[in-house]
Design a protein around this ligand. Structure first.
Ligand code: PLP
Length: 409
């Protein structure tokens, strides 16, 4: 038999399946709270005004062409991307302890990091275990499993408080074998919207240091979460200042609205040591080999757009303004949803809607309630009760609040 005869049918990706079902729904009141992409108050994709300007600059650049980028990507992007994460003038950058590679957005960065750790971070020839938060972005499971890294989970979400299960998380990290890899969402945790406080981050760092754990940061929402780029990088900067050796997967999909352009970076940061720069050079050389065999070199268009903005003082300031527009609208929608539910006297506590941050909120709706809100009200969300706040707007918020009220009663 042809080898493919034995290939079983794979299930459809749940999120993309949800998107398909939403598109096929003919009801005029339908609401998409599934997909993790920003929408404006008219429920339309928003091209950032600063991205339009950068696009214009790019189109009028007589030097622009369609040549290949180097294996490590566009240097004017990767250098600024590292600064964005670690801060301008960060000692790690000045001491050449950072190796940066442009990737296929955040997903490609997580994958490159996974591949790198699968190859080089072993004990007696075996891969170390990676701990994911429970829950986490579903793709994390697939990406790390694909490269043969064993996965465990640490508790994260407390169903009762709809906040962080901090004690459970700490106990799990304390019980993990020394030198495990711990995946941490830098800000705006997906899917829960629940982040540790700065004080909790300090405790996590202390615990991880004592256990010699290896931090793997995933940052897909810098600036998009709070509207403040520095604040959203706070956890990463703290860990770097604490002298951790770590890696960071960085996406520009959400904060630049460059979803389909696949712009992102992977960074390795070495701890301070006399040979740190040499170690970093060696790591960069291996990342280049991995990148070459995977994608050869990364895509150029989105990288140029982001680079133009990051390298120009005025455009950078405008970008910050655009970030505040997006995060501000989302925060306003959180407040509106919470107050409408409280006005309606909807059973339960709704403070978590405004306590959580970023694109998503874990509503606490059960799978049966999610089914009901979809069949009765044509409101689409993932079956774990996660809603994308960006799908809410001044036109549909009342409708959504009333629908939630109906299904929880
Ligand atoms: N990591 C997390 C936690 C995410 O939420 C996302 C996107 O939803 C990504 C990574 C990667 O997204 P992209 O590949 O579009 O940059």
């Amino acid at each position: 038999n042809f080898p493919a005869e034995a290939v079983p049918q794979a299930p459809e990706d749940p999120l993309f399946g949800l998107m398909r079902a939403y598109k096929a729904d003919q009801n005029p009141d339908k609401v998409d709270l599934g997909i993790g992409a920003y929408r404006d108050d008219n429920a339309k994709p928003w091209v950032l005004p600063v991205v339009k300007k950068a696009d214009e600059i790019l189109r009028n650049d007589p030097e622009a062409n369609h040549e290949y980028l180097p294996i490590a990507g566009l240097a004017s992007l990767t250098s600024k991307a590292a600064e964005l994460l670690l801060g301008t003038g960060a000692p790690a950058i000045a001491e050449k302890r950072v190796a940066s590679v442009q990737t296929i957005s955040g997903t490609g960065a997580v994958h490159l990091g996974a591949l790198f750790l699968a190859r080089f971070y072993k004990v007696n020839g075996a891969n170390r275990t990676l701990y994911l938060s429970n829950p986490t972005w579903a793709n994390h499971h697939q990406i790390f499993t694909n490269v043969g890294i064993p996965i465990e989970q640490y508790p994260y979400f407390d169903k009762k408080t709809k906040g962080l299960d901090f004690e459970g998380m700490k106990a799990s990290l304390a019980n993990a074998p020394d030198r495990s890899i711990i995946l941490l969402h830098a800000c705006a945790h997906n899917p829960t919207g629940v982040d540790p406080t700065p004080e909790q981050w300090r405790e996590i760092a202390e615990l991880m240091k004592a256990k010699k754990h290896f931090p793997f940061f995933d940052t897909a929402y810098q600036g998009f979460a709070s509207g403040d780029l520095d604040r959203d990088a706070g956890a990463i900067r703290y860990f770097v200042e604490q002298g951790f050796e770590l890696v960071i997967a960085q996406s520009f999909a959400k904060n630049f609205g460059l979803y389909g352009e696949r712009a992102g970076c992977f960074h390795f940061v070495a701890p301070p040591a006399p040979d740190a720069a040499e170690v970093t050079t060696r790591v960069a050389s291996q990342l280049a080999i991995l990148q070459r065999s995977e994608i050869s070199n990364p895509p150029i268009y989105g990288a140029r757009i982001a680079s133009i903005v990051l390298n120009d003082k005025d455009l950078f300031a405008e970008w910050q303004e655009n970030l505040r527009t997006m995060s501000g609208r989302i925060i306003a929608m959180r407040q509106a949803l919470r107050s409408k539910l409280e006005e309606l006297g909807t059973p339960g506590q709704w403070n978590h809607i405004t306590d959580q941050i970023g694109m998503f909120s874990f509503t606490g709706l059960s799978e049966a309630q999610v089914q009901k809100i979809r069949s009765d009200f044509h409101i689409y969300m993932t079956k774990n009760g996660r809603i994308s706040m960006a799908g809410l707007n001044t036109r549909n918020i009342e409708y959504v609040a009333k629908a939630i009220d109906r299904v929880v009663r």
